[in-house]
Write a protein that binds this ligand. Structure first.
Ligand SMILES: Cc1cc2nc3c(=O)[nH]c(=O)nc-3n(C[C@H](O)[C@H](O)[C@H](O)COP(=O)(O)O)c2cc1C
Length: 360
């Protein structure tokens, strides 16, 4: 397949051999003390060996207090954790790929949950959960410091970029959505709701070298409400994405469940396309590339089938996206890039949730 997606590209300091991104996917296989293990290194390096342009890691917790939901999630806090990620970045580089860790704070969904506002949480997977504690001044300082340290380390250990996880209802996203009931400087108006996520961006920006690429991932949907609509019009979205750009974000990662879904009623343009147009920033599109089920359906009885990724890859040619991230299909097919590039998408293996049991 001769597609622009498979040609080299450059976004500021981020030099890539193609425009295919491995989407961040939590695998819950960290070693003791939150370390990325040899198996994790081999798993990411395998995708880079098989031609993935940019590998974004699974969400990695920025601290050991409230950032993770289970201790099986790797973290990005201590020197030992940084060295373990350095080994991953080195291995990805050796295989010709670029590497960005995803810096994650679970917020309301953490094992010890904090958020913009407090309150009880419904049980998840049959387990009772501790109530959310509303963040106080010290919590804001602590979270910013955790992001500052993690960002500075990501730059120091030789990563090519970093991604701030601002999507899916986790800490930063929860400031934008209905779980933010604050009436101080961090709640109420759209500007006040954006304040804390933007403080994180500015803190990260100041902690890394001037040219170091900062990616921000955001979504309309959250884990507790797949239909959530934070931005109901392009104007509202425009306010958000230009604020991210002004705070120092270099690339947007627009997390949609289907990359081809229209962003707003009345136009076919995708949320990635709108975000690109409204911000002028390069954009990563994601969702259902070469799979039939959206990620929230992938764990049920329904079987997934392989589909032609050409429509998603064409978002690059139509000017709606600059990069395309592939999630589940890359877990099922470490060689996804080569297979699709050579025109053999029909030979891809279908995703099945049972393959999440192992790193391969
Ligand atoms: C097993 C699994 C784990 C995921 N973990 C994360 C994560 O840590 N961070 C994140 O931003 N998104 C996460 N996602 C969402 C994916 O990055 C991606 O957006 C989603 O799977 C849609 O892409 P796909 O249809 O190609 O799988 C996860 C998805 C899956 C299937």
């Amino acid at each position: 397949m001769t597609h622009v997606a498979f040609q080299p590209a450059r976004f500021g300091a981020l030099q890539l051999r193609n425009r295919i991104v491995m989407a961040p996917m939590t695998r819950r296989m960290a070693g003791e003390d939150g370390l990325a293990t040899d198996a994790i290194r081999v798993y990411y390096a395998r995708r880079a060996e098989q031609e993935v342009g940019l590998v974004i890691s699974e969400g990695t917790g920025v601290d050991s207090l409230h950032a993770h939901d289970t201790l099986t999630v790797p973290r990005f806090e201590t020197p030992a954790q940084h060295e373990a990620w350095r080994a991953v970045a080195d291995a990805v580089h050796e295989a010709g790929g670029a590497f960005a860790p995803q810096l994650w704070h679970c917020g309301r969904n953490a094992a010890d949950p904090i958020g913009p506002s407090g309150g009880p949480l419904p049980p998840r997977h049959g387990y009772e959960r501790a109530p959310v504690r509303a963040m106080e001044a010290d919590d804001f300082t602590q979270v910013l410091e955790a992001y500052r340290c993690a960002a500075s380390a990501a730059c120091a250990i030789g990563c090519d970029a970093l991604e701030i996880h601002g999507a899916h209802g986790y800490l930063l996203d929860s400031f934008l959505g209905p779980n933010n009931q604050r009436s101080d400087d961090y709640g109420g108006s759209p500007e006040a709701r954006m304040r804390f996520p933007l403080e994180v961006v500015r803190t990260v920006r100041a902690a890394v070298e001037a040219e170091f690429p900062v990616i921000y991932r955001f979504s309309q949907w959250t884990l507790s409400d797949y239909g959530e609509q934070k931005w109901t019009t392009p104007d509202e979205l425009g306010q958000w994405v230009t604020a991210l750009k002004d705070a120092g974000v270099d690339l947007l990662h627009v997390s949609t469940r289907d990359a081809l879904d229209p962003g707003f009623a009345g136009s076919e343009k995708t949320l990635a396309g709108w975000s690109r147009e409204l911000s002028g920033l390069p954009v990563i599109a994601v969702g259902k590339v070469s799979v039939t089920l959206s990620m929230d359906q992938a764990y049920g009885e329904e079987r997934d089938f392989v589909t032609d990724p050409a429509g998603s890859l064409a978002l690059i040619e139509s000017g709606e996206a600059d990069l395309v991230a592939v999630g589940r299909a890359l877990i099922a097919n470490p060689d996804w890039v080569r297979v699709v590039r050579e025109g053999g998408w029909r030979d891809l293996k279908a995703f099945d949730a049972s393959i999440l049991a192992d790193l391969h």
